[in-house]
Design a protein around this ligand. Structure first.
Ligand SMILES: Cc1ncc(C[n+]2csc(CCOP(=O)(O)OP(=O)(O)O)c2C)c(N)n1
Ligand SMILES: CC(=O)[C@@H](O)[C@H](O)COP(=O)(O)O
Ligand SMILES: [Mg+2]
Length: 639
């Protein structure tokens, strides 16, 4: 007999299965996900943990009429497999293939696009309001993990939902893990609900009494109200949620389909805001992912038998060099402290956390708090380094402006994953940070051309005594030799790497090597290019840039950021301010679009950030013979 999975073309097919068949389907789904992620990479452990939960949700709720909002959305693979995307599943996270996150443009069953954490309850509540305005009767369900529940937005939404008292279901998927072990007082509270006998005793007593309450003529909701009123004195699990206005159901075993079906049906019948607390195991069904749930949270291609990674690389990543340099600098300076928002290993801080546990803070998925916490520390003489991915730092923009830059506090932002990140796609590319940071007074911004420069830049940032961002990309460095000791760079000074009379290639960060390669190719063609490594996005090396722009009459800027408000734009502003009309300028970067998912190298190629495109553009500028007038030939990616 074939697989049940091969017969699942829509959630209706899931609803037609018996419990025993659902159980078998769960096993087949796990196999399919493990096989695909082993080839393509992806968020394995989270998906393995929600197989039964997703099946139960699709049995009880009927998408697309009912709405399921997946928080972060990294756990949506099971949902994709049972909502008509089984045949495309092998293209997961590949360019042109299925996204690794919910995408309404991919399926009507994806009610809302996600990628960043803690948004689901707000979205769901908005949909509930819209439903009630229209007088519709569909269900709206937010599925949020315990890690994502550490984000402030989730609490803001709970607070509002508790006040509105509208019909809304929140499923809290509690696996004790964020990417690493979950942190914070709420996590401790959930842990106590799961394990403290006091809570289960309270629950048993309530259930016992509930069975004796006559329900004839009384709604389930009324009974629930009576229980809440009568047993306030008991240690009730989920009392925090009850006090916020939610009816709490749980904790229930998230791998037991019958028990989940029963509880979700109950949640649907209750009305008002209901929180269903589901306990799952991250990585369920694949031993390596259970044992190393953090490593298998998001993983590249791996060998299924051993669980070991197939991506072998001897060259250190920028992240690793950042982490190691920070440890070295912190050994010499006790004022240095490090802060992460639930991305300890992703941001390279594991070594720091081990060596200086008392100087390390994982605040949970709370980027806004992370930044203002740093501001508080800095105002008292400490030197906080806040390591956050470019895309997630977007969330803390007001804190950067109001709490760090306005008082000019010495907070160092290690802006990791700046630029194109690859397979995670539009929610995760770090393509805005130059624009959003450059516009804030008192902020300095650096971007290293290689990993050796990164260590010097971190050293420089920590000596600046004012807000400073250091942006660096996802992935390995160039494999250059590292100086034994880091040192301070001259602030605001660019580095001229090659001198040539015909054109200036002004690159920043990880685009410098491509500019260098382009200059070599151009040289073979008889074109002599100057190559400048900008090093500083702010303050710009105005003297160096204007000198070479005037000398060569042609200038190409290259950056891995959107062009609007980006590095090239800052150079154009400079030329305008200096009245330099005799220079022909072209800015390379990303145009006014959200970049799709795909490998980093493919996307860099597609959007013209490789040396070939720089060569082509340079040739066109030179061959046009035009030298007069500041001219943007085009703003936008591609050749
Ligand atoms: C604003 C934001 N910060 C950080 C992240 C990175 N991130 C993605 S998933 C995750 C952990 C989520 O934990 P949880 O919600 O419990 O889901 P689980 O993976 O355990 O299923 C983190 C920190 C993010 N997506 N969004
Ligand atoms: C879902 C999510 O936001 C993270 O898991 C992210 O995908 C991590 O990215 P890296 O793989 O670059 O650490
Ligand atoms: Mg979790």
């Amino acid at each position: 007999m074939g697989r049940y999975l091969d017969q699942i073309n829509s959630p209706r097919d899931v609803r037609a299965l018996t419990l025993a068949q659902l159980d078998r389907l769960a096993g087949e789904i796990r196999e399919e996900i493990i096989g695909t992620v082993a080839k393509n990479g992806g968020h394995l452990a989270s998906n393995l943990g929600v197989v039964e939960l997703t099946l139960a949700l699709h049995c009880v709720f009927e998408t697309p009429q009912d709405k399921i909002i997946w928080d972060v959305g990294h756990q949506c693979y099971v949902h994709k497999l049972v909502t008509g995307r089984r045949e495309q599943f092998s293209s997961l996270r590949c360019y042109g293939g299925l996204s690794g996150f919910p995408r309404p443009d991919e399926s009507e069953h994806d009610a809302f696009g996600t990628g960043h954490s803690s948004t689901s309850i707000s979205v769901a509540l908005g949909m509930v309001l819209a439903r009630d305005f229209r007088g519709d009767r569909n269900n709206v369900v937010a599925v949020i993990g315990d890690g994502s529940m550490t984000g402030g937005m989730a609490f803001e939404a709970l607070n509002h939902a508790g006040q509105l008292k509208k019909d809304l279901i929140v499923v809290l998927n509690d696996n004790k893990m964020s990417i690493s072990a979950n942190v914070g007082a709420m996590s401790g509270y959930l842990n106590r609900i799961r394990t403290d006998p006091k809570y289960s005793r309270g629950k048993d007593e309530i259930e016992h009494i509930l069975r004796r309450i006559p329900t004839i003529g009384s709604t389930v909701a009324k009974v629930a109200e009576r229980i809440k009123d009568s047993f306030k004195y008991l240690v009730v699990p989920g009392m925090i949620f009850e006090e916020l206005g939610f009816t709490y159901l749980g904790p229930i075993d998230g791998h037991n389909i019958p028990s989940m079906l029963e509880t979700l049906e109950q949640a649907k019948a209750l009305g008002g805001p209901v929180l269903v607390h589901v306990v799952t195991e991250k990585g369920r069904g694949y031993a390596p992912a259970v044992q190393k749930a953090d490593k298998f949270h998001g993983i590249g291609p791996f060998d299924i038998n051993s669980g070991s990674s197939l991506e072998k690389n001897d060259i250190s990543t920028y992240t690793e060099i950042f982490g190691r340099t920070l440890v070295k600098l912190a050994e010499q300076d006790p004022a240095i402290v490090a802060i992460t928002a639930a991305m300890c290993s992703g941001t390279g801080l594991s070594g720091f956390a081990q060596k200086f546990p008392e100087r390390f803070f994982d605040v949970g998925i709370a980027e806004q708090h992370a930044v203002t916490l740093a501001a508080g520390l800095a105002s008292e003489g400490f030197k906080p380094v806040v390591a956050i991915y470019s895309t997630f730092l977007q969330r803390a923009y007001d804190q950067i402006i109001h709490d760090v830059c306005l008082p000019k506090l010495p907070v160092v932002f290690a802006v990791d994953r700046a630029g194109i990140v690859g397979d995670d796609g539009p929610t995760h590319h770090g393509l805005f940070d130059i624009s959003y940071l450059r516009s804030v007074p008192n902020m300095s911004i650096m971007a290293p051309a290689d990993e050796n420069e990164l260590q010097h830049m971190l050293h420089t940032a920590l000596q600046l005594n004012s807000p400073c961002a250091l942006r660096f990309p996802r992935g390995t460095g160039l494999g250059v030799a590292l100086d034994r000791h880091s040192r301070a760079l001259s602030v605001g000074q660019a580095e001229v790497l090659v001198e040539g009379k015909d054109i200036t290639l002004l690159a920043v960060g990880n685009t410098v090597p491509a500019a260098r390669r382009a200059a070599s190719v151009l040289k073979e063609q008889g074109v002599l290019a100057t190559v400048i490594n900008a090093r500083f996005i702010k303050p710009l090396d105005e003297e160096c840039i204007t000198r070479w722009a005037a000398r060569t009459g042609r200038l190409i800027t290259v950056e891995e950021n959107i062009l609007a408000g980006g590095f090239g734009a800052s150079v154009l502003e400079l030329l305008a301010v200096k009245d330099m009309t005799g220079v022909q300028v072209k800015c390379l970067g990303i145009g006014d679009i959200f970049l799709e998912h795909g490998s980093q190298s493919f996307l860099r190629d597609k959007y013209g950030l490789q040396s070939e495109n720089i060569v082509n553009i340079a040739r066109r500028m030179i061959d046009s013979g035009q030298t007069k007038g500041t001219k943007i030939i085009s703003l936008g990616g591609g050749a």
